[in-house]
Design a binder for this molecule. Structure first.
Ligand code: CA
Length: 357
């Protein structure tokens, strides 16, 4: 009797054990093929290769349980349709920047960059530790998309110009490729902003279809050969002081994963976030040297009064955006509170150190 009881109990418990174990076995057997669509030309230095690195990391860390294949801009969908493709599940992953979706979600721009706003270190701190990430997730939730910070350009350059900028008046009528809030600022300064994917910049500038373009910084701009299409290279990148690049994850595909795979996907994004920003910092140095000393590029600082004007217009543009809807207001108030605190701290740490070293 006792023995039978034991067998019975053992039988029950082994059934229970196997039903608990079943999903784990299923996860170990998972063989998923994910597509990653990107806004970047295939294999473009840092931006494209960073997306490749994310795909490779997920594939390797999951030991092939999720195999990710990367598509450059236009291969599966055009650059500016990446968000929609991930939203509708055409691709499980995407890589781009949040300001590209401003036509769909205006407040998403706060998660890429704000003119005269936070730099890369500060942006990442806000996202990871200042509540930014939760707001970003909330913003994309209605679209079935989960965002992750996955790269940062660090401070960009103001761009390549075929006309000298000596005063605010020189911005009048200037046709320039400049995305996001920076574009809106240029518009208020009398210019005409256009949004073109990276792959179209060189030809547009060379043929005179645009008078100026910004792209990223010395390393990426050298790769596109922009110095062959414009006379002047201006700094600083007031419009993009530390642009966060993003990974877009189809929420349904993510929710279907076990906790282990979800953790891998999230942490792979964190790794790439770090990798891309440090690669930009490391490679921009040598590229700037090449542009100046080998290609004899005329590198110039934007005049102070131009920067002052652009800053005033930026404040106007950003506060208008913040007033557009309750979601934008909530994001901006979080962003601005963090910005003020971090600026106060960096005044006596990073900034003073830059000045004295
Ligand atoms: Ca840019």
């Amino acid at each position: 009797m006792k023995r039978r009881d034991f067998i019975k109990k053992a039988g029950i418990s082994s059934v229970a054990a196997s039903s608990v174990a079943a999903p784990m076995i299923a996860r170990a057997d998972t063989k998923l093929k994910w597509k990653m669509v990107t806004t970047w030309p295939k294999n473009f230095p840092v931006l494209g290769t960073g997306a490749n690195l994310l795909a490779q990391a997920i594939t390797e860390m999951t030991d092939g349980r999720i195999k990710v294949k990367v598509y450059g801009a236009g291969e599966l969908v055009p650059a500016f349709e990446v968000f929609d493709a991930v939203s509708r599940g055409t691709a499980e992953l995407g890589h781009g920047a949040a300001y590209y979706w401003k036509g769909k979600i205006e407040e998403a721009q706060f998660f890429s960059t704000v003119p005269f706003g936070m730099n890369s270190q500060e942006m990442t701190a806000w996202l990871y530790h200042g509540g930014g990430m939760q707001l970003w997730e909330q913003t994309y939730e209605p679209f079935g998309v989960l965002p992750a910070a996955a790269g940062n350009t660090t401070v960009q350059m103001a761009g390549w110009f075929n006309k000298e900028i000596n005063s605010v008046n020189d911005l009048n009528g200037l046709k320039m490729r400049i995305p996001g809030l920076g574009g809106e600022v240029l518009k208020r300064a009398g210019g005409t902003p256009v949004n073109l994917p990276g792959g179209e910049l060189f030809t547009s500038l060379k043929t005179g279809a645009i008078d100026a373009t910004e792209w990223v910084g010395p390393y990426n701009d050298l790769a596109f050969g922009l110095y062959k299409a414009a006379k002047y290279y201006y700094y600083p990148g007031w419009h993009e002081p530390g642009t966060t690049l993003e990974a877009l994850i189809n929420k349904k595909a993510f929710d279907a994963l076990g906790k282990d795979l979800q953790s891998i996907v999230r942490n792979a994004c964190k790794m790439v976030n770090q990798e891309m920003s440090t690669e930009f910092t490391a490679k921009n140095n040598a590229a700037l040297d090449t542009l100046v000393n080998k290609h004899k590029v005329d590198v110039r600082k934007l005049p102070d009064d131009v920067l002052t004007k652009l800053k005033a217009l930026s404040e106007e543009v950003v506060s208008e955006l913040a007033g557009k809807n309750p979601a934008a207001k909530e994001i901006y108030s979080s962003y601005d509170k963090f910005r003020k605190q971090v600026v106060a701290w960096h005044e006596i740490s990073e900034k003073i150190y830059y000045n004295v070293r």
